[in-house]
Design a protein. Structure first.
Length: 125
């Protein structure tokens, strides 16, 4: 608080420069800087507390992914229907197989290599 009063006195003493800002606007600017510094000082312990947390979170996610069984490998030799406009492909069992245009049929492996994604979110089995 004493620092704020001292800064206010300094701003009062300083005369405005021709074409410069008034002492009042300098006081407001100074007060805003002081408030920001106080907030930063208040947040410093929180920042220090959570500094290592992202690494902990990454380790926990890696442990979770290793504990889950891997899904069965897709049969990449199946023929799928790709929709060039949407970038999705459809399995033979889908009601949209062969009906979406513009589209064509190709192997699932080729569709995946060209960047197409499965429409139902899972590769054909």
């Amino acid at each position: 608080m004493a620092l704020l009063i001292a800064m206010a006195e300094i701003v009062k003493i300083a005369a405005p420069v021709k074409g410069g800002r008034s002492p009042r606007s300098r006081l407001v600017t100074t007060a805003m800087i002081i408030v920001l510094l106080v907030l930063l000082a208040a947040m410093a312990p929180l920042l220090a507390k959570y500094r290592g947390m992202p690494q902990v979170w990454v380790e926990e996610l890696e442990a979770m992914s290793q504990s889950q069984p891997a899904p069965p490998a897709p049969d990449v030799k199946q023929t799928v229907w790709v929709n060039r406009r949407s970038g999705l492909y459809y399995c033979r069992e889908s009601k949209f197989y062969g009906k979406m245009s513009p589209g064509s049929s190709m192997l699932q492996e080729t569709a995946l290599l060209k960047g197409f994604r499965p429409a139902q979110g899972q590769s054909c089995r």
